[in-house]
Design a protein around this ligand. Structure first.
Ligand code: IPE
Ligand code: IPE
Ligand code: MG
Length: 243
């Protein structure tokens, strides 16, 4: 392909496979999660370099509380550590951080860390990085509806969209899931209505720049029809005609 690929404005990723990455190396699962943080740093940098405007990642689901207590505790500690270590770098790289999810379920220490990280990067605009933590798509739809009801506002598609955790960005153009599973696991149920999906067999710690480029190239070759016919799409954008 000689033409440069169409870079998605917003990429969302289910960062799956950390546990298996560690298990294959006879390491504790937490070692895989630590490697996952490194992979996220690399991925965020690569996205910014390629002109992606928004990266949204699934870091801890509403259901991940059901894991063994030591893994859950380790993940909370890792989040606190990653905030302390990564925020100065992210700030320098022009990344603006948002945390999306049910904060009330997190410890006061973690909640304060999230608020500080958001405030420290609020002036940045090179890449928006949304970290979904203690997040579930069902939780998000329910909390949005509850907040509209509490304000006595009508529930419409537009008002719900505006009350959800990702109201500050457009819907993801591309959703990538690493780790080989082909399911959504309660991620972006509302926002992924017309996203393109790519499932990669790579485990998240192994998802590098070349894997990202492959995903972007595959996305670039897709025809997004949004319910229309192929002919309608081609007559609106004749330059995307194949050949
Ligand atoms: C994803 O990796 C990270 C979290 C869900 C926190 P996993 O921990 O689910 O890794 P696998 O799927 O067990 O390999
Ligand atoms: C999805 O991965 C959640 C995150 C990556 C944070 P899981 O490993 O929790 O998903 P399931 O349980 O395999 O569906
Ligand atoms: Mg998993």
């Amino acid at each position: 392909m000689s033409e440069s690929p169409v870079v998605p404005h917003h990429i969302a990723i289910v960062m799956d496979g950390n546990g298996r990455w560690a298990k294959r190396r006879f390491l504790p699962r937490l070692a895989g999660h630590k490697q996952g943080v490194d992979s996220l740093r690399r991925c965020a940098r690569a996205c910014a370099q390629r002109g992606v405007a928004v990266l949204t990642v699934f870091a801890f689901s509403s259901e991940n509380w059901n894991r063994p207590a030591d893994e859950v505790f380790g993940l909370m500690e890792l989040l606190a550590m990653a905030l302390a270590r990564e925020v100065p770098e992210l700030k320098k790289d022009g990344v603006r951080l948002y945390f999306v999810g049910d904060r009330a379920g997190l410890s006061p220490k973690v909640q304060a860390g999230l608020a500080q990280a958001e405030a420290a990067t609020a002036g940045n605009d090179r890449l928006i990085l949304n970290v979904c933590f203690n997040y579930g798509g069902r939780w998000d739809i329910a909390q949005a509806a509850a907040s509209l009801a509490a304000r006595g506002e009508p529930i419409t598609e537009a008002s719900l969209q505006g009350a959800m955790g990702l109201a500050h960005v457009s819907d993801p153009d591309l959703v990538i899931r690493t780790g080989g599973e082909m399911r959504i696991s309660n991620f972006l149920l509302w926002q992924a209505a017309y996203s393109e999906f790519i499932f990669s067999d790579r485990l998240w710690p192994d998802f590098d720049e070349s894997a990202l480029d492959e995903a972007i190239a595959a996305y670039s070759g897709r025809e997004r029809r949004f319910g229309k016919t192929s002919e309608q799409i081609l007559s609106a954008h004749p330059q995307s005609m194949p050949g």
